[in-house]
Design a protein around this ligand. Structure first.
Ligand SMILES: [Zn+2]
Ligand SMILES: [Zn+2]
Length: 436
């Protein structure tokens, strides 16, 4: 859905030298804005000189452009250089900041640098595209040269785009990445973050430029808690990373810390990840609602580590970091072994993965898995265990309905034999739907 405003502002000669504003209303749930303006910049030539071999086009008007948000903050300014600018939280024209399009009164800034004696008519077109839910694929854990990786952010971003990812979080050890300093790569959303890295555990703080003011270092539980609380209050998404990784497992009691997600799938699927899934399953059985995600923990290419291995697929309302993180917080996500792994749609009435429904009102779960390989096993995991729904006889897709026998949770796993003779391993893990 699009909202379009066509605005005309006549600038009078006496306004030359002033900065003027023209307001427009940003609707709720807006994703992107394209702003175009036009005016008579050069005259078409002095008629007195007709017949002469050369006619100059004189610059009769110069109007500068800028944009101000409802809080009165400058979103961008481009002088008279650009006739069109684009702003969203994921991408913006250079000179403009990537910001969420908060509802309210926005102002187009018009600088009347030069105005001809008869004044100048400025035509402004504002096109606003509304948010809509879509499936985005990304990697939530990657390191650059700023810690122990070998690539710059720009190199990582190009790699991510080549791998077919829509978003990438930059999570260097104890080094913040800052949104305004991250490069712009078309079609790729970069999410600022940090991997808080401590002898007693690692955690990603995503979506804010600076999650805490103190040094990362903390020697007591109380100091550690202060870092987490600060990140939480500033709106960072907090994930407890690779809880069973040898040498850097999570030794703190994370149930006593604010956190949003558990990273159950870190890099290639292996025993430490299977243990993390086991821990998550036991917490779900106890009645906790904990969203999960995955991250490659990419530092450099090795035979088993690549960007998007695993890929977290989110059903987000826009490509902006805040909507991607909001979707992760709500568990509207599943994890696949790579960007072209199987995909999953799952619902119970209006609820999708991560949501809760009343079992009294909605007992039926619908699911559709696409991108299955021959031999893939689709299984449903509930509080009472796992039930195989299908062993795929050939590559294809699978759709089914399942009646929940009682309240609880239901989530989907796809298991695949990646190598002959080796047991099947997860190729997909979804967040649950909770039946209350
Ligand atoms: Zn780590
Ligand atoms: Zn890491």
């Amino acid at each position: 859905m699009e909202t379009i405003y066509d605005i005309v502002r006549l600038i009078e000669p006496k306004e030359q030298g002033l900065y003027l504003t023209v307001g427009f209303e940003m609707p709720e749930d807006s994703e992107s804005l394209t702003l175009r303006y036009s005016y008579l910049r050069h005259d078409s030539g002095d008629p007195m000189r007709l017949g002469e071999p050369f006619t100059p086009h004189e610059e009769v008007n110069i109007v500068d452009l800028g944009l101000i948000d409802p809080f009165g903050k400058q979103v961008g300014a481009s002088g008279s250089d650009k006739e069109e600018v684009f702003v969203s939280e994921a991408q913006a024209t250079p000179g403009y900041r990537r910001v969420p399009l908060v509802p309210g009164r926005w102002e187009v800034l018009l600088g009347a640098y030069k105005v001809q004696p008869e004044g100048v008519k400025v035509s402004i077109e504002v096109r606003i595209v509304a948010k809509s839910r879509r499936l985005l694929k990304g990697d939530l854990h990657a390191h650059t040269l700023a810690s122990d990786g070998v690539h710059t952010v720009a190199e990582l971003a190009v790699k991510a785009q080549r791998h077919g990812l829509d978003f990438l979080a930059i999570t260097d050890h104890n080094q913040f990445s800052v949104l305004d300093a991250l490069p712009q790569i078309p079609g790729l959303t970069l999410i600022p973050g940090v991997e808080w890295t401590h002898y007693r555990g690692h955690a990603n703080f995503l979506g804010v430029d600076q999650s805490y003011d103190e040094p990362f270092a903390a020697n007591t539980d109380e100091e550690i808690r202060t870092r987490f609380m600060s990140a939480h209050e500033r709106g960072a998404l907090i994930s407890v990373n690779h809880p069973f990784e040898e040498g850097c497992g999570f030794q703190l009691d994370f149930t006593q810390l604010p956190f949003d997600c558990l990273e159950v799938w870190n890099g290639p699927m292996r025993e430490s990840n299977l243990r993390a899934v086991g821990l998550w399953q036991s917490l779900l059985v106890q009645g906790h609602k904990i969203p999960v995600y995955g991250g490659s923990d990419y530092h450099r290419d090795t035979p088993f580590i690549f960007l998007g291995g695993p890929t977290t697929c989110v059903y987000a309302d826009s490509a902006g970091p805040s909507d991607i993180l909001a979707a992760l917080r709500r568990g509207h996500a599943f994890i696949t072994f790579n960007p072209s792994g199987p995909t999953l749609e799952m619902s119970a009435g209006e609820a999708i993965m991560g949501d809760s429904v009343s079992w009294e009102e909605q007992k039926w779960l619908w699911l559709k898995v696409d991108g299955l390989a021959k031999g893939d096993v689709v299984r449903l995991v509930t509080g009472s265990g796992a039930e195989n729904l299908l062993e795929a006889p050939a590559p294809g897709k699978f759709e089914t309905e399942y009646e929940m026998p009682g309240p609880g949770f239901a989530r989907v796993e796809v298991l695949r034999a990646f190598l002959p003779g080796i047991p099947r391993l997860p190729a997909l893990i979804s967040n649950p739907i909770y039946f209350e």
